[in-house]
Design a protein around this ligand. Structure first.
Ligand code: PAN
Ligand code: ZN
Length: 202
């Protein structure tokens, strides 16, 4: 009898302390969790990112290029923890260059990351520590392992928003100073109606 009561108290304590899980709508990647963080990047904030600065200055600076929603189940900087996020990039171009994320490496250089495409199509541009730059095709279901040290950027080459889910270490941090401020060595541009990777120097 006494043990029975004790067991009930224990199970009540367990229910109270049990954390509420987050929810992902796997059809569109939408996240539902208390404390969800959000950031929005407009064209006017993306200074020096696009090659054609004249085309950039002619566009409405209020145009939203991308949004990120993410969940930090542990404080930022926690070693051994993970974050989960969703990035949505609008379709569009600045001159011949498609809308894309700013792109970064992780501050703690050996921290890797997963990207998974939910909807839309694009290219994941990657650049290693030696400056070698390449891309992977992003289509619904494509899963991308981004090794530590590798700078990464998502480019929307389609006609609809691309939505990409991501999981990265909570102590990774973001370093936007790619190659001493020179940026990626190659860019994705539209040529004859199709996306191609061209040297950033061309
Ligand atoms: C992503 C990116 C997100 C936005 O969550 O932070 O796609 O890209 P930028 O950070 O380059 O603006 C990620 O890679 N986290 O590590
Ligand atoms: Zn990252």
């Amino acid at each position: 009898m006494l043990f029975g009561c004790f067991r009930e108290v224990l199970s009540v304590a367990y229910i109270v302390m049990s954390p509420v899980p987050a929810f992902v709508d796997w059809a569109d990647g939408r996240l539902q969790v208390p404390g969800l963080k959000v950031s929005e990047k407009k064209l006017g904030q993306l200074t020096g990112i696009f090659r054609d600065q004249q085309a950039w200055s002619r566009l409405d600076p209020e145009t939203i290029v991308y949004r990120v929603w993410w969940w930090e189940p542990v404080p930022s900087g926690t070693e051994g923890g993970l974050f989960w996020g969703l990035t949505e990039i609008q379709p569009g171009r600045v001159g011949k260059e498609y809308f894309m994320t700013r792109g970064h490496r992780h501050v703690v250089r050996n921290r890797a990351e997963f990207y998974g495409t939910i909807t839309g199509t694009g290219k994941l541009v990657l650049m290693d520590a030696s400056g070698r730059t390449w891309f992977e095709d992003m289509t619904p279901g494509s899963l991308h392992y981004i090794a530590g040290e590798v700078a990464h950027r998502i480019v929307n080459t389609g006609e609809v928003p691309i939505r990409v889910t991501a999981c990265w270490p909570s102590d990774a941090g973001h370093d936007y100073e790619i190659a001493g401020g020179h940026g990626f060595n190659a860019r994705i541009v539209e040529e004859r109606g199709a996306p191609v990777l061209v040297s950033a120097k061309d």
